[in-house]
Design a protein around this ligand. Structure first.
Ligand code: FAD
Length: 318
């Protein structure tokens, strides 16, 4: 079922959902199930599965020389989606990226999703590769998520690449896109970023999931500004609990988001990561309760491959 239909069916009740990251290749899928199992009691109607960009690794050659190879360390997004759809009877949402994929490869991913009966996809540009200072589009790929949304929307209309049109068995993907309550790190202003979000919606996006934020006011302001500029689709807040001291520096650095000073001070008082997790969970519980009171359609949690803190939070909120 489409995310938008889940939201309609809930009739104003806030839903619980979360995002998982495929394990590194070579690991068993059971590791993933062990993290999903404890969260199923909160009845997520959908689970997002991220896609990782390719990266460089260095392989030792005879003689000690290192050879640079490009590889994907966490492949398997569509396979994981198929597996969790059947094991848990939830709607999986594969993330589809511009970065690292040609348009044709994207079409093949979408065809696989269609054959598997996957109803939702999240369309994202992806970040720069680790060694790059800014995002460079893949040859025969896209520069912006709005272009990817258009390809998916075209497919929904029966239009494949290479002018194959009017195919009878059309996909009908519900398309999610990313939104940034504190603006995307490359965007010159909040207003410019919102105009880009409008482009994604006009290209066919059905709903928005936000980047993590730690101050709900940023989300409320973002939703208000999005509504004022004409965006009518659901805007789902994304929440991540802080769990280690390094998050104080990593999260602002990687995502260009702010952490409220009250949260920073509480974390700085902690003597170990166990205490930090408690503070992070308490903060996320407070945020989630306020979002529920505000009537948000879904609270979406970034699990980053670990579910115990999400379980603690969800058990206080849902
Ligand atoms: P876009 O919407 O293309 O925007 C990127 C930048 O370009 C913005 O600054 C925007 O303002 C600007 N822009 C857009 N269109 C134009 C235009 N026509 N001209 C000029 N500027 C333009 N990353 C992953 O690698 N894998 C994942 O699974 C993943 N999942 C995510 C899930 C969520 C909910 C979120 C919020 C992010 C996720 N990301 C993921 C990170 C995402 O890929 C990065 O934030 C990326 O840098 C931007 O992606 P986007 O889809 O928002 O890009």
């Amino acid at each position: 079922m489409k995310i938008t239909e889940h939201i309609k069916k809930a009739k104003g009740k806030t839903l619980f959902s979360f995002e998982i990251v495929p394990p590194k290749k070579g690991q068993h899928i059971q590791k993933l199930y062990n993290n999903i199992d404890p969260l199923m009691e909160f009845k997520p109607p959908f689970i997002d599965v991220t896609t990782s960009r390719e990266e460089y690794i260095y392989v030792k050659k005879t003689g000690g020389l290192l050879e640079r190879k490009i590889t994907r360390m966490r492949p398997g997004t569509v396979g994981i989606c198929a597996s969790i759809m059947h094991k848990y009877n939830v709607d999986p949402v594969p993330h589809v990226l511009c970065g690292g994929f040609t348009k044709d490869e994207t079409e093949y991913v979408l065809v696989d999703c269609h054959y598997l009966g996957i109803d939702n996809v999240m369309a994202l540009r992806g970040d720069a590769m680790k060694h790059q200072s800014y995002f460079e589009p893949t040859k025969d790929g896209y520069s912006y998520a709005s272009e990817l949304v258009k390809q998916i929307d075209d497919l929904n209309k029966g239009k494949y690449l290479h002018d194959i049109t009017d195919m009878p068995h059309r996909s009908d993907f519900c398309i999610g896109v990313a939104g940034y309550p504190e603006k995307h790190l490359e965007s010159p202003s909040m207003e410019a970023d919102l105009r880009r979000l409008v482009q994604k919606v006009e290209a066919g996006a059905d709903y928005v999931v936000t980047q993590m934020f730690f101050d709900n006011q940023k989300y409320f302001d973002f939703v208000r500004a999005a509504r004022e500029i004409g965006i009518k689709v659901p805007i789902i807040p994304g929440i991540k609990p802080v769990s280690i001291k390094r998050h104080l520096n990593i999260l602002p650095q990687v995502f260009r988001i702010n952490l409220p000073d009250d949260l920073v001070k509480e974390i700085e008082k902690c003597s170990d990561n166990k205490q930090i997790r408690e503070v992070g969970n308490e903060w996320a519980i407070k945020q989630s309760k306020e979002l529920l009171d505000a009537g948000v359609p879904v609270v979406h949690y970034y699990s980053m491959g670990k579910s115990d803190n999400i379980k603690t939070i969800a058990s206080q909120v849902f």
